[in-house]
Design a protein around this ligand. Sequence first.
Ligand code: SF4
Length: 233
Amino acid sequence: MMIHSIYSATEGEGIYIGTPQVFVRFRGCTLKCKNCDSIYTWGHGNENDRWSMESVLAEINEVSHNGKIQRVSITGGDPLDDNNIGDVLMLSGELKSKGYFVNVEASGNKIDHRVFDLVDFISIDFKTPSSGIETPLEILASMERQYHGKFQVKSVIQDERDFNIVYQAYYLLAGEMPDMNFSWCLTPAYNLEEKFPHERFQNVLKWNEKAGGYFRVIGQQHKWIFGPDKKDV
Ligand code: SF4
């Protein structure tokens, strides 16, 4: 498996914020979002970066304090990159058989039923204009139809344009699916080498309140604690 790192940390974003987890960070991502804070994972690596299943499970056991932390988040890079999907499936199966709760982080450009059916939870991105990537609205509609109760959506908000696009997407989706009900988290951007962006956080709170408050505004706690440039925390 092409893995960048395996470490334990406290989830810093989304609806499981504050929950200790083991993170398995796969290498490889071809999306190249403009606001990516893990560019160091884009490359697919070389043979020296390949981990065996045995070594991955041993490392997870080690960093989880001999299996005391029973949650694993499979992230990246892009775990759903074509080069990773087979390995993510095998790893998820192994972890599930050992009783771990498995979350997968998905970039929002595709749905992979083999992975999504197998894992316990899916955190999927709805990309905003500041990323330079567009997430088809149909992806979210399909997630709600097929994985209701088993996923959250996360959107990074850099500015008002990002917020307006997300709000418009919500409005269109709610028109099609009046009963839709899932957590959609807005993450105010906290960019590399930036000082804490108080004004941006305050604006995102204000825009959300004014629009009716459908979204949950949840910042990236690990960046407040360790700074925006610290990796694997
Ligand atoms: S999908 Fe994730 S890892 Fe890939 S470029 Fe975008 S933010 Fe970075």
